[in-house]
Design a binder for this molecule. Structure first.
Ligand code: SF4
Length: 327
């Protein structure tokens, strides 16, 4: 790990005027610094910022401060009751110790677990090619180990999977991210926050230099809707998803009147499936509809040799999640 300067900020203004990389829980950043993937010359500790509250909004939604710890968010009564998919997603990720440290803002900025990306010499002469580490050096995963890699949203330059569970639930909930930076405040819908790799996989999100995530807003809960997160993985805990699904659905008279679908473990970003939603709209809440939605969700999948199994796994995951959410 390279040496760095350590600074603390007690206010958002102070954080924004201090040059350096923001650090909160550090559960991703410190790992990546030890691997030399991240090499900041200065860290700005933002743990003192007053962004650790969860508040109801006048419009019936919920505002989650960027510094709210994952555990506190998952166990908050309003989240458990009205946004169950989010609580379930967070509790399916990492370990209790990590969830106690990791923050909402940090989770949004999780970086991929691609083994080549995290290899200390990747992207350097003699190391594995990794366009995300060093643009133009290639992608070792394309012809290498890619069992865990993405099948949706990939490009010839990168097939890395987005690792977050929380973000998949937030995609289904249509969360909106609040940020503040040198040019002022703005909001970014979660669908626009994470970027597809395209030919610039090193640019992962819509944040401008110096911008800080301050909060995430969830819309007012849909009356009568039920939400579920299901995660399939190699072992029952402390493991990343091979495939996951977040579904929020409302059924009336046996038909699906409202549905939002997002998938994890299969996409280069938290994967909202408008195709599945279109296939389910006003259809009977039955096995045929669920299977048609799963077909639609994975129709554009581009598997490689070792992750081809994810296509059927993701379909079955979505079918089962739809069944649970509409039961
Ligand atoms: Fe790097 Fe992406 Fe290829 Fe992994 S999949 S080696 S992160 S370019």
């Amino acid at each position: 790990m390279q040496t760095f300067e350590y600074l603390k900020a007690a206010s958002v203004d102070k954080a924004l005027s201090t040059a350096g990389k923001f650090i909160a829980g550090g559960t991703t950043l410190v790992d990546l610094m030890k691997l030399n993937v991240e090499q900041p010359t200065a860290l700005v500790d933002i743990n003192l910022l007053p962004l650790d509250k969860i508040d109801k909004l006048p419009n019936g939604g919920l505002r989650i401060g960027a510094m709210v710890r994952n555990s506190d968010l998952a166990w908050h009564p309003d989240v458990k009751e009205s946004y169950a998919v989010l609580s379930q997603a967070i509790l399916s990720g990492a370990s209790p110790q990590l969830r106690n440290m990791a923050t909402t803002g940090g989770n949004l900025l999780q970086r991929t677990r691609c083994a080549y990306f995290r290899e200390p010499t990747a992207g350097t002469p003699g190391g594995y090619g990794c366009n995300k580490r060093t643009p133009g050096t290639g992608c070792a995963a394309l012809e290498g180990y890619h069992r865990m890699h993405a099948i949706l949203g990939t490009s010839d330059h990168c097939i890395a999977t987005h690792p977050s569970d929380m973000c998949v639930a937030m995609a289904a909930l249509e969360a909106v991210i609040g940020v503040e930076g040198p040019k002022g405040k703005r909001t970014i819908p979660i669908a626009d926050f994470h970027r597809l790799p395209g030919d610039t996989p090193h640019i992962e999100n819509a944040l401008e230099p110096g911008e800080l995530i301050t909060h995430v807003d969830l819309p007012k809960p849909i009356e009568g809707a039920r939400s579920v997160y299901l995660k399939l993985r190699d072992r029952a805990s402390y493991e990343f998803a091979l495939a996951s699904a977040a579904v929020m659905a409302k059924v009336e008279g046996g038909h699906i009147r409202y549905v939002r679908v997002a998938m994890g473990g299969v996409g280069t970003k938290p994967w909202r499936s408008h195709e599945a939603e279109a296939a389910l709209a006003d259809k009977p809440a039955d096995a045929a509809s669920f299977r048609a939605a799963a077909q639609a969700a994975l129709a554009n999948a581009k598997p490689r040799t070792d992750n081809a199994f994810k296509v059927e796994l993701a379909k079955r995951c979505l079918v089962r999640t739809l069944k649970l959410a509409t039961a």
